[in-house]
Ligand binder design. Sequence first.
Ligand code: PMP
Length: 417
Amino acid sequence: MATPLLSPAPLQVDAIRADFPILNQANERGQRLVYLDSAASSQKPAVVIDAQANYYRHDNANIHRGVYALSERATTEYETARKRVAAFINAPDPDTCIFVRNTTEAINLVAYSWGRQHIQAGDLLVVTLLDHHSNLVPWQVLAETQGAELAYARVTAGGRLDEDHLGRLLDREPKLVAMPHVSNALGTIVDVARWTRRAQAAGATVLIDGAQSAPHLPVDVAAIGCDFFALSGHKLLAPMGSGVLWGKRDRLDAMPPFLTGGGMIRRVTVDGTTWAELPAKFEAGTPAVGEAIGLGVAVDYLTELGMDRVRSHERDLTDYALDRLQRLPGIQLYGPDDLDERAGVISFAVGEVHPHDVASILAEENVAVRAGHHCCQPLMRELDLVATTRASFSVYNDETDVDRLASAIERVIEVFA
Ligand code: PMP
């Protein structure tokens, strides 16, 4: 008999919230802070803050060189963090996880190092109109310097990838396909495993921007099958300045370094230099050791919660929020209707009220959201929008936060009536 599919056990949000010291604050009217801007940057649990502080308090030293205890401890912790990140995204080999500052740096690393090696005049690069500027501009620059063509897969009015258009672009055998796993502006989840297979069958190398997926969905880079995967620690409960580029070993091995100098060499003579093995080849200079250690603790925190439970929680919360908000007069919600294709991001408009005015009134109610183009100007243009207001969820949000959001939007409606 088939085993029935059970929903994972719900997250205990009150207990989780207590792990995040910053959330324990209120405004002068006694309203608890409701933080709904995790797509921009998440808050950090005490275990992450403490891990970084402990490193500076007890173990601070440069890594990989010292023979004394501090340096050895710092090195061990840094490399342990790499193993934790590898397990988190199911990377087969920790040395293929390169520590960088953020997703932007990860994508630039590939665009410069792999891109200049492989892209020639006349080649086609494909990105999507769902992409963040960080996964557009590096490819624009590469296309310009190499004389290549950059094509943008279109999106539907409902905020999904236009599959026919992307399919037609793949028929033209692009050298590279870069796409987001989750759109930061609309929350759209892209079926990256399926598109990776199709793009690779067409001969493309595939980079997935995982900035908005790694914090919210179970990620398995081996199952996705992509060549490169980029993520930012600061969106994933980890410190600012921590991030990861994962790449297939044969790809990374064959690539020249992005930045050169100390730490990434095997041997330097006045006649020339040879490069270190992975991951050092791509980690020139002194890395952000405490930040990487914090990232290792953050992914363990999420793993302990269970990424299936995180996804299920945020899916339910999105369902609740869409239902609650669409009852408000004059509200317009953007992004896919199907909850299976949507992460915890709610982009919306309130009548003709400017999104910045909406966000300002919400801020007066101690509800933190973002307004603007969300670094997705080409997407906004495609959808004929200038900006949206965006609420985005994480593990510390629950239905009471959505209720506060809805009441604050009611206040916007009142003010502008
Ligand atoms: N890609 C996506 C989908 C994002 O949401 C962001 C951050 N908003 C980035 C890339 C860039 O991330 P970072 O600023 O950490 O480099």
